[in-house]
Design a protein around this ligand. Sequence first.
Ligand SMILES: *[C@@H]1O[C@H](CO)[C@@H](O)[C@H](O)[C@H]1NC(C)=O
Ligand SMILES: *[C@@H]1O[C@H](CO)[C@@H](O)[C@H](O)[C@H]1NC(C)=O
Ligand SMILES: *[C@@H]1O[C@H](CO)[C@@H](O)[C@H](O)[C@H]1NC(C)=O
Ligand SMILES: CC(=O)N[C@H]1CO[C@H](CO)[C@@H](O)[C@@H]1O
Ligand SMILES: CC(=O)N[C@H]1CO[C@H](CO)[C@@H](O)[C@@H]1O
Length: 711
Amino acid sequence: MHSNSQWRPLFFPPVRFVIYLFLCYLGFIATVLWRRLRGVSTHTLTNPVSLSLVSPSLPLSLPSPPPPPPPRRYQLFTERLSKLEEAEGSFDDFTRSYMFYGVQRQANNSLMFREWAPGAQALFLTGDFNDWNSTSHPYTKKEYGKWELYLPPKSNKSPAIEHETKLKQVTRLEVWVLLVTRQKVWVLLVTRQEHQHTRPKRPRSLRIYEAHVGIASPAEEIATYTNFTLNVLPKIKDLGYNCVQLMAIMEHAYYGSFGYQVTNFFAASSRFGTPEDLKRLVDTAHSLGITVLLDVVHSHASSNTADGLNKFDGTESCFFHSGARGQHPQWGSRLFNYQSWEVLRFLLSNLRWWMEEYRFDGFRFDGVSSMLYHHHGIAMSFSGGYSEYFGMQVDEDSIIHLMLSNHILHALYPDCITIAEDVSGMPGLCKSVKNGGLGFDYRLNMAVPDKWIQILKELKDEEWDMGNIVYTLTNRRKGEACICYAESHDQALVGDKSLAFWLMDKEMYTNMSSLIPMTPVIDRGIQLHKMIRLLTHALGGEGYLNFMGNEFGHPEWLDFPRKGNGESYKYARRQYNLLDPDNNLRYTQLYAFDRDMNLTEDKYGWLASQKVGDKTNEKDKVIVFERANVMFVFNFHPSNSYSDYRIAAGPSGKYRIKLDSDAEQYGGHGRLDTDTEFFTEQEPFKGVNDQWQPHSLKVGYGTAVWVLGPR
Ligand SMILES: *[C@@H]1O[C@H](CO)[C@@H](O)[C@H](O)[C@H]1NC(C)=O
Ligand SMILES: *[C@@H]1O[C@H](CO)[C@@H](O)[C@H](O)[C@H]1NC(C)=O
Ligand SMILES: *[C@@H]1O[C@H](CO)[C@@H](O)[C@H](O)[C@H]1NC(C)=O
Ligand SMILES: CC(=O)N[C@H]1CO[C@H](CO)[C@@H](O)[C@@H]1O
Ligand SMILES: CC(=O)N[C@H]1CO[C@H](CO)[C@@H](O)[C@@H]1O
């Protein structure tokens, strides 16, 4: 029992894991505004001791000094760009080649088919329209390996080939085809659907819901675009995510590839419905203020020959490098020749196609690390030395290609967001192209989910290393915006399991009811799941990503139907039904925490502001840091609670709890009274980065505490 004149006494039995957030009273708002305008705190003006708070030195992973800017890359980029503009008029036309290639329907209903197949000897079109005669409709060869086939309208003036009829190119499939179903091609005579809603403004704090349409329902079947629009988008909105990132949209013949073995780059996967359905999905997301990103796979292509790009013109090369350079040794897929003019045309036009036709708002570029190096990052561990990023092992063609992609996207769509999936930590990845960088907006901070899984697999609770956790979460280049996430979609795949399942495992089948007391396993799992998410959210980056289901602690793992599992969909779904209120399961508590985490972020915007510093205490297993004028305090100690736990505060004043992971609605123990007011004391205390700060504050009792200060 504690009594203290400055806050309400609260009795605290030892607790395991709790988080609180304190909020100052509105009376401080004027001060806050003034200080924000000044960019400094009043206390730093009068008290030089805390100057370090003003210009914190963020931890940098790299020991060596920064290298000179890489003028060579920039030079190659500008040469490429100007050559392209000279030859093609403008990059605007060049990157809209989908208006020239593929099937084009003219105003008078004649059809023009165009392909690039430099190695082909002859090309024929066959299908329902000519009774699958494979010689009656030959293409004519044009310069630079182009082929054309003109089909006049029928006598009744309708197109010679009807919409959605089967069609095939002899020996090779159509490359620029718009709608593909496995083994057969349907010509889509584009009926442009007018979108009704404008793109949302680019969010300052990016909170991404990563989703796969096919698994987005509890049913053991493939869910559809429409299902997603009706059932999942409202959840994403409710949860406070302002962005949805769609995986597996580009057509892929093998469902189990998770969308990463693309066969048709211009086709929206027909498994989930029609192109119109996808357009409606994007438009509906826009109407809810949700930005939509496409997981774009330009790092490699499926090696399928029957329905993919491989051997499109009969040769080994065409879109790809021939020989070893054209094969990914681990993925068994084909690697693009980014130096080829027509490959550039194809891929850059592909980006524009998704932006223009489907109105996506940006891209997550898959497999960037693999593109950047000739070794594809295989068996490489990056220590941060600059020799790892500059040298003959770096694939310049890929770099120039990525610079071009980012350049055209950002030049044409200023609000466009691009994210790089790069584990290597290539310097300049997120610097703008004009400053010599690769031009991405964000990098995926992939080390973080790996760290969490490693901790859960290998360490006892007493062994968790606070310093190491904070190091992993903050180990990124200064000025490089990162997307952070606690759970990676790869880790949920079969053989591994979801974060919640690592924590609670089989007890999730029997003991998740909110009508019975929590078992120790469930208690630990529920509390840690929230803390892991919040710590990742608050410290790990400038954007947060949630893989669908993780917001409510999805159990089990992901496994797509395949021979080995009897083509089962049992694990290729997301069990949103667990959130059904009638089921009285604790998933709803984890969900509620996710929503309020977003709500709180939305209010204070920590993702869009710099962390001021952090302080860890290994013995107490406490992490304290400050960001966006919010104080965060976490206690990861498996058994200790602390009374009167003193932390350094910002300016003096009154603090209040803002978000408390121990609150009952989140499956906590409800030990704290959120009306409690906490006052700072004139007692210097070592705070962030071990600097003395003039004021301090006694908070929660050894629990993990999250405080918002009057700064
Ligand atoms: C249809 O229009 C295209 C150009 O738009 C032209 O090349 C073609 O000759 C026309 N065909 C007929 C039958 O009028
Ligand atoms: C296919 O078309 C060609 C040329 O129009 C014709 O000579 C041939 O008899 C047709 N083949 C079949 C099987 O109909
Ligand atoms: C669509 O979603 C609902 C609710 O989640 C589900 O019951 C249904 O089976 C889904 N249908 C399809 C085709 O995905
Ligand atoms: C539940 C809730 O209040 N969610 C908030 C999360 O953040 C969005 C902004 O993207 C707010 O509009 C929501 O109100
Ligand atoms: C509190 C409670 O209901 N515990 C149950 C957890 O699940 C096991 C079976 O795995 C039951 O035996 C316990 O009674």
